[in-house]
Design a protein around this ligand. Structure first.
Ligand code: HEC
Length: 102
């Protein structure tokens, strides 16, 4: 019983580890949206699977807020049509996969 309580607390703690800026995002959904709507252009501009835009040494994202802002900026400029909630989901996915802000 006590083990279960500890496990539950740890689980809740992990679930809340996402930054507040995209607390409503669903990373799983974001992964799908990113693959459908965003990846192709990054691939064509940056080569490989496109992810070098996130990992290049001079990449521009250093805070959760700027990550969300860049997702919103790319969404607006490229007219990919993500809703505000979708933007949070994609930000949550990119954070989980690449940026790892707490
Ligand atoms: C039409 C092309 C295009 C599309 C579509 C596009 N992007 Fe981008 N994205 C870029 C370019 C070009 C850059 C690099 C900008 C720079 O270096 O200033 C970039 C940079 C980024 C970065 C910053 C990377 C870093 O760490 O420096 C993020 C995050 C990002 N895009 C997310 C997205 C998301 C999310 C979508 C889908 C909604 C998307 N992009 C769709 C062209 C695109």
């Amino acid at each position: 019983m006590r083990f279960l309580a500890v496990a539950l607390v740890m689980y809740i703690g992990a679930a809340q580890a996402a930054p507040d800026e995209f607390a409503f995002g669903d990373a799983k959904q974001g992964q799908k949206l990113y693959a459908e709507k965003c990846a192709a252009c990054h691939v064509s501009q940056f080569g490989g699977d496109g992810s070098s835009v996130f990992t290049r040494p001079d990449h521009r994202i250093h805070t959760p807020a700027s990550l969300l802002a860049q997702v919103q900026g790319c969404n607006r400029r490229a007219r990919t049509g993500l809703s505000a909630e979708d933007e949070q989901s994609v930000a949550a996915w990119l954070n989980e996969r690449y940026y790892k802000f707490k």
